[in-house]
Design a protein around this ligand. Structure first.
Ligand code: V1S
Ligand code: CA
Ligand code: ZN
Length: 394
């Protein structure tokens, strides 16, 4: 069984660029890049840095980014400052045309999805640089698993920002992997649909994208994307997999879909590398997501993917209850290494953030949250996805 009974260690490399921690989306914004610094501090305090190679990241270059993104959009990202945006005129208009600062003035300017943040280009180059370097390390064959918790910005499009994402580091990393591997699977457990990545490879026969995501009244972000019936086009038919879920989904129901679907994906597509976006907003108690996964349930998916022993790139993504996210990514780092870690959080610089979870890594999930996923919905969804995947079987 691929449920990882081997206990075998993997060669793991880990990327963390301190320059990301201080990035500020704005006081009221839900995206807090400091959560990655919190995860890093936790990883260090558990002594996990000794079990991986921490490799230096080099910020992505303009050409790295322009390998996927529109040059006009890259130029905007490279030149925009909050001051120029605030001054109005050409800079503001151009930024808005690329969905930076929203296409039109929102009622409340404090809640712009993609604000014109200070140090925008530097931020993009740093998180994308980590994912590109991680992909290159896997492609070179020296490592089994590469980790960049600052990456996973799955909504960014070729020529516009979307959903807090400016540069799509995942697309850039997959393109690097395609230089060395024939087929790549992308699996996305962020609570939101991985629309930017699906769109980039929707007609590709070499990349299969799989997203599990929340759906509520058809207006959960990104609206209209990730329907069960969206299966890819042309060469990519049946190589886009979408698993919409309703609010309240628990560990058991989630894994009951994840396990058979990923097993079938591996069987029919036979990828040579896997990229997993581990967005922490699918965890119970998230500020945006309404699923009810525990850290153990989230990490069980990572453990299952790891068990196939295919070169694996682990990325971050969403996650808006920052103590939960940092605990989750620390635990998943231990899973990647193949090491058990104590539930008691060691004393470290951020330990006060974990008071509400009694200084335990595994916080308690909501007990009385209604699970809107009926058995009928779950079974129908699973059967439809498996039937589609069967069409790829030789
Ligand atoms: N849901 C949601 C949500 N909340 C916000 C938000 C909240 C506070 C702020 F200060 C700024 C923004 N934006 C949204 C969503 C975007 C979610 C992006 C998720 C990203 C990821 O986790 O998948 C990966 C990192 N935006 C919308 O719903 C769009 C609007 C439709 C409503 C909000 N306004 C600000 C823009 C338009
Ligand atoms: Ca997802
Ligand atoms: Zn998300």
């Amino acid at each position: 069984s691929p449920s990882c009974p081997d206990g075998r260690k993997r060669r793991v490399c880990y990327y963390y660029d301190r320059g990301i921690a201080g990035v500020d989306y704005g006081e009221d914004h839900v995206m807090v890049p400091r959560r990655v610094d919190m995860a890093h501090a936790l990883i260090r305090s558990y002594g996990l840095l000794g079990d991986m190679s921490r490799l230096r990241t080099r910020p992505a270059t303009y050409d790295d980014i322009a390998a996927f993104h529109d040059r006009g959009y890259a130029d905007l990202l490279g030149s925009l400052t909050p001051e120029a945006f605030a001054a109005g005129g050409e800079a503001e208009l151009t930024a808005r045309s690329f969905n930076v600062g929203e296409p039109s003035k929102p009622e409340d300017p404090r809640t712009i999805d993609n604000p014109p943040i200070a140090g925008l280009w530097d931020y993009c180059c740093r998180y994308a640089g980590g994912s590109i370097a991680a992909a290159r390390a896997l492609a070179a064959g020296g490592y089994d698993i590469a980790i960049n918790w600052s990456g996973g910005m799955h909504h960014a499009c070729r020529d516009k920002a979307s959903g807090f994402c400016y540069v799509n580091d995942i697309v850039l990393a997959i393109r690097e992997l395609l230089a060395a591997f024939a087929r790549v699977v992308y699996v996305d457990i962020d609570v939101h649909h991985g629309d930017g990545v699906e769109t980039a490879f929707v007609d590709s026969g070499r990349v299969m994208t799989v997203s599990f995501h929340q759906r509520t009244n058809n207006d959960f972000f990104p609206k209209g994307r990730g329907n069960l019936a969206d299966v890819g086009v042309g060469e990519g038919v049946y190589r886009a997999v979408n698993v919409p879920l309703y609010a309240g989904m628990d560990d058991e129901g989630y894994y009951g879909l994840f396990q058979p679907i990923m097993e079938k994906v591996m069987e029919v597509f036979k990828p040579e590398a896997i990229v997993m976006q581990c967005g922490g907003d699918s965890l119970s108690g998230d500020r945006l997501g309404r699923l009810n996964l525990s850290i153990a349930g989230h990490a069980r998916c990572v453990r299952f993917v790891r068990s196939f022993d295919v070169p694996l790139l682990l990325l971050g993504g969403g996650g808006y209850t920052i103590n939960h996210v940092a605990a989750c990514w620390c635990y998943e780092t231990a899973v990647a290494i193949g090491k058990e870690i104590d539930d008691d959080i060691p004393q470290h610089c951020y330990d006060s953030y974990y008071q509400s979870q009694d200084y335990k890594l595994h916080y308690t999930v909501k007990k009385n949250l209604k699970n809107d996923n009926t058995n009928h919905h779950v079974t129908q969804t699973k059967n439809t996805v498996l039937r589609n995947l069967d069409k790829l079987a030789a």
